[in-house]
Design a protein. Structure first.
Length: 392
């Protein structure tokens, strides 16, 4: 038997393929709304000043690059824990490990969930495309429910809750902590409380994917819904990405946390994360986490980071408001885009519309209609809204 011929055909990630198409177009007025990275008002994804300062500090003080271990740097984990979860009772019930980005945090989470072969994970649709690959790869059974409808721009909290009602005790439910990818759809405080109630009553395990904290309503505010649920849950998992909040994308920085009832259980959770880390990437890369620790552990750098993150957030929300305002002229229901959060919204366009926008107007987005609002400069909003609006 041949090795390679027997492998399944794998298509490249459509967003990366789109990036290539964008790069090869020579049009000067082209607009990339595809790839999910923050861009500033000049279209760049800069290194944050707080990160530069931390790197400078590391260059001066780092005296070894010896191995650190599959759990990563405990001071990074501890500083991140306090920043993300605050000082409440939830923090005392958590333990975590450093991971190579949010993706590896999700993968470690998937591995420990899949230890029980009878467990199902419930995923709302649409969701980040990689979720299906991550949970499918470890053999978890996946069930889906409709979370959002791009035509009406409505969040189907009712369908989410009834899906959770039909779940078995011990099943996992995947929740986006804030800034939902790909829809931007926000969950109200009442809905978070209703989710918390069903989680506690049915003994479900919430798994939070927290990849955009600080790019929605505020760093603290973006964790509020998650904390409502974590306060009610018996056990839970949180996967954190520092890629967007610290603009560290290629440094591969993140963390996976378990929430549990006793120090013994938490130690077991961490030991199992470490086991799966060791069996795949052995240990996480140090640099990004060292940067985050040097930012969060220094009041001056931390303040700089908070301010920089606030200005990124306000740029995205300025574009969001302007785009919602213009698009709602063509389709009134798109005024809902203004109430969404984070970098993404999901527009009700067809793949034919997407091809038309690309070929006629040089506007790039995936066939799903997910747009990264940070891809727009404020002066491009009118033009882009008109091109999109005429198709709605
Ligand atoms: N989760 C969601 C919803 C995302 O959109 C992303 C990145 O795009 C991630 C997790 C993983 O981020 P990373 O592995 O780059 O830290």
């Amino acid at each position: 038997q041949y090795l390679l011929a027997g492998l399944p055909d794998r298509k490249p990630d459509p967003l990366l393929a789109l990036l290539k198409k964008f790069a090869s177009n020579e049009r000067l007025d082209k607009i990339d709304l595809g790839v999910g990275v923050y861009r500033d008002g000049t279209g760049r994804t800069p290194v944050m000043a707080a990160v530069k300062s931390a790197e400078h500090h590391l260059w001066e003080t780092q005296d070894t690059k010896s191995y650190i271990g599959p759990e990563g740097d405990p001071s990074f984990v501890s500083l991140l824990t306090h920043e993300v979860f605050g000082e409440g009772t939830v923090t005392e019930k958590l333990a975590g490990v450093q991971t190579p980005g949010g993706t590896a945090a999700l993968r470690l989470s998937a591995e420990i969930l899949a230890h029980d072969k009878d467990r199902t994970i419930w995923i709302g649709t649409p969701t980040w495309a990689n979720h299906n690959a991550i949970f499918g790869t470890v053999g978890l059974s996946i069930k889906t429910y409709r979370f959002f409808d791009p035509r009406s721009q409505a969040v189907h909290v009712d369908e989410m809750l009834s899906a959770f009602e039909s779940a078995q005790s011990g099943d996992a439910i995947l929740l986006h902590a804030s800034c939902h990818n790909p829809t931007g759809a926000a969950i109200s405080k009442e809905a978070w409380s209703a989710i918390a109630e069903v989680v506690a009553r049915k003994g479900l395990i919430p798994l939070f994917d927290n990849a955009y904290q600080g790019l929605g309503r505020g760093f603290v505010q973006d964790a509020e819904g998650m904390l409502i649920v974590l306060n009610a849950a018996d056990e839970a998992i949180v996967a954190i990405s520092c890629s967007k909040s610290f603009s560290l994308y290629r440094e591969r920085t993140g963390a996976a946390f378990v929430l549990g009832n006793s120090a013994t259980d938490l130690n077991k959770g961490v030991a199992n994360f470490a086991y799966h880390a060791r069996a795949s990437y052995s240990m996480p890369p140090a640099h990004g986490a060292a940067i985050v620790a040097a930012v969060l552990g220094d009041p001056g750098r931390r303040k700089l980071w908070i301010d920089e993150l606030a200005s990124m957030r306000s740029r995205v929300s300025e574009i969001r408001t302007a785009l919602a305002d213009r698009l709602s002229i063509y389709a009134p229901r798109l005024s809902a885009v203004a109430g969404q959060e984070g970098m993404f919204s999901l527009l009700p366009v067809t793949p034919e519309n997407v091809t038309h926008l690309r070929e006629v107007h040089g506007i790039y987005m995936p066939d799903s209609g997910r747009v990264n609002l940070a891809g727009l400069r404020i002066e491009q909003v009118d033009l882009a809204s008109q091109a999109i609006g005429e198709l709605l």
